[in-house]
Write a new protein. Sequence first.
Length: 275
Amino acid sequence: MRIVDSHAHLEMEQFDADRGEMLERARAAGVEALLAIGSGSSPAERLDAAIPFAERYDWIYATVGIHPHDASSATEEHFARLAELARHPKVLAWGEMGLDYYYDHSPREVQQRVFVRQLELARAAGQPVVIHCRDAWDDCLRILEQEWGSSGLGGILHCFTAGMPEARRGLEMGFLVSFAGNVTYPKMQHLRDAAREIPLASLLTETDAPFLPPQGRRGKRNEPAFVVEVAQALGNVRDLAPETVAATTAANFKRFFKLDEREPAHPSGRRAQQK
């Protein structure tokens, strides 16, 4: 099986004990590309959290951004640093960014302001965005339609949790829709309904590792190898073989980010290690 994990947090402490072995398991499972997400807690210290993985492994790519949880700590110095990091040759997108009204770790107006600021920077850089949205779909899509839709750059609706009305609005702006392990949860039938209707050419698979393990692994740490189970769930709802879903979503990822046009080299000029 050839598959892509379009969203994983490799720097998280949950992987400290066996990070190398975890990545080997991903490769053994068929993960041919992985997008390491560069937004985490303490943005002042972790804006570049994903880049070391992208530098070391030629099959791993990175993003940069500030998560809505951390919007309150964002400064102009952080935004300037993000703009610098975004020029790294292995950085494909900005994010994850967006709105989270479930936890409200940052005030909503601050989340919105930091979201818009990052959209401005991503537009200036000519790069797509990875969107986090939880319990904030009206505001999130409104901001995207006002501030981003005309850019033509699109992005990824990461760990999609809404329904077809929201998915359609994203699709109209050129977004791909990514499903994670929660598509396997019994109470998430609305996700499976949306996954059945969204055009196959607009679907992606992800883990959001170490979070959101598939149903049979709930209560345990998630990891990129388990993205295969997301493909199996999507295959079930679309009456397709998991291998077909995996190959198609992998092709979607590579096409969207134009990976075939990129030089597979280390930024220093050396080929990244294939591990």
